[in-house]
Design a protein around this ligand. Structure first.
Ligand code: A3P
Length: 439
């Protein structure tokens, strides 16, 4: 598709105006090519991603904006509308096929490698105390279990959104955005915990799932969930209601925060009949770098009390604790119900990895699995109310294909030297089990 610069400019202006309207933001000056998106329009990183999704919708194709936001592996600090128009026009008229690197936030906040504190077991013990304890519902040994479901287990920033969307391309599987159900005994408890400004988006995965399985609008799905909350319905029963609409399809729940506690993980065994588990691993440096860039700490009130640790230390300890919990839990699960794979292998050889995964899940492989940017609706990569607000990794939208370069980008900024001894030991243990491609 080729397009005149003036046509591209009007589409982009329209997208900026729509977004400003949606944000209820007012600007002192008229929009023009010279308008700076951060300095003048006061866009945050998430607004940037929303803008990108809106532009791609208007133009009817993926552009691969990661190359615009990232220069020499670092974020640009701001961009004018004119620069976005130039980049987009150039892409439309001379498309490239491979992206190089991605960004989620525009301004990076990082501690230089040499100043990073090295994590010790004492830090890990202190950090563990900060994680909010979970109330475990009393096991009802007489209650019937839900049919089999599949759980993708990983720390955040492990490529779990990409994997979920790939899995969602298989017609035998139903893999919605993060459900955040297993962590709670009842639906009202879930609502109370996730109602803050920063976490309420995490409620949307369940809404989006019901829209898909029952053909409901967002309002209808929300009303159904409100009713479940009013009745104090157990989350197990809600999972069951969701599975009713699936026919033969297997439900796949990827919610990275489940790995914060083995008590949460054990709920999967309590609620489901022979559930299957996929342990998704990523190199800790890649996860830490990704966590720092995405500024996930703003979400953390959800999971922990305030922390005296730096962002990189929090990220490393989340990697460590989540993977420790997953491995400890794996000891109680029969080997035939456990499968491990790595983000690095997925982005380097998606077809082999998805074929092996399908063998494990007992479903036929489908070629759409390696084409995650096709068919947005059925993969639920759109949001409930707006196309750009899928819960999960918003950076998924900046890529236009599976991008192997994203797995090695951390090497420009971090080294394994920055990792604490406990993390290095667990990395070796995991590498021995998963045969991860060394990046
Ligand atoms: P980086 O921040 O290192 O780029 P999660 O979904 O578990 O939060 O993981 C987020 C990571 O998955 C991010 O890593 C993101 O870029 C990466 N990712 C998302 N879509 C991708 C794609 N199409 N190809 C490669 N990596 C992708």
């Amino acid at each position: 598709m080729t397009m005149e610069r003036s046509q591209v400019e009007s589409a982009i202006m329209e997208a900026v105006e729509e977004l400003l309207d949606a944000l209820d933001a007012e600007m002192d000056d008229e929009l023009s090519s010279a308008t700076m998106l951060v300095a003048d329009a006061e866009f945050s990183s998430i607004d940037f991603v929303q803008l990108i999704v809106l532009i791609e919708e208007k133009l009817g194709q993926k552009i691969g904006f990661q190359d615009m936001l990232m220069q020499d592996g670092q974020y640009v600090e701001d961009l004018s509308i004119g620069e976005v128009v130039d980049f987009t026009t150039q892409r439309l008229n001379a498309p490239v096929t491979a992206g190089t690197a991605v960004a989620e936030t525009v301004v990076a906040r990082q501690v230089p490698v040499e100043d990073r504190p090295v994590i010790t077991e004492a830090d890990v013990a202190a950090f563990t105390q900060l994680i909010k304890p979970r109330r475990i519902p009393a096991a009802d040994s007489g209650a019937a279990k839900n049919p089999r479901a599949v759980f993708i287990l990983s720390p955040p920033r492990s490529g779990s959104t990409l994997l979920r969307v790939m899995v969602a391309g298989n017609p035998s599987l139903f893999a919605p955005p993060e459900l955040h159900l297993l962590s709670y005994a009842t639906m009202d408890e879930r609502r109370a915990d996730l109602s803050s400004e920063h976490s309420e988006q995490l409620l949307d995965g369940a809404v989006r799932s019901l829209m898909q399985t029952r053909g409901w609008s967002g309002d209808q799905a929300r009303a159904f969930i409100a009713d479940c909350e009013a009745q104090k319905m157990g989350t197990g029963a809600f999972f069951g209601a969701l599975q009713e609409g699936l026919g033969e399809r297997l439900l796949v729940d990827k919610t990275p925060t489940y790995a914060f506690s083995t008590d949460i993980l054990k709920q999967a065994e309590a609620c489901f009949d022979d559930p299957l588990y996929i342990h998704l691993v990523r190199h800790p440096c890649g996860m830490v770098r990704s966590y720092e860039e995405s500024n996930l700490t703003r979400m953390m009130p959800l999971m922990m009390q305030s922390s005296q640790f730096s962002m990189s230390a929090v990220a490393e300890m989340i990697w460590l604790l989540s993977n420790r919990n997953i491995l400890e839990f794996s000891q109680s699960v029969p080997a035939q119900r456990w499968f491990s794979l790595s983000y690095e292998n997925i982005v380097h050889d998606p077809e082999t990895q998805m074929t092996q995964l399908c063998e494990f899940l007992g479903v036929p492989y489908h070629p759409d699995m390696v084409n995650p940017y096709s068919d947005k609706k059925s993969r639920m990569t759109d949001g409930v109310d707006s196309a750009s607000k899928m819960s999960g990794d918003v950076k998924f939208h900046l890529h236009s294909q599976i991008d192997p370069a994203a797995a090695t980008r951390w090497k420009q900024f971090c080294s394994e030297e920055m990792l604490g001894q406990p993390t290095r030991e667990l990395t070796d243990q995991i590498d021995a089990q998963v045969a991860r491609i060394r990046v």
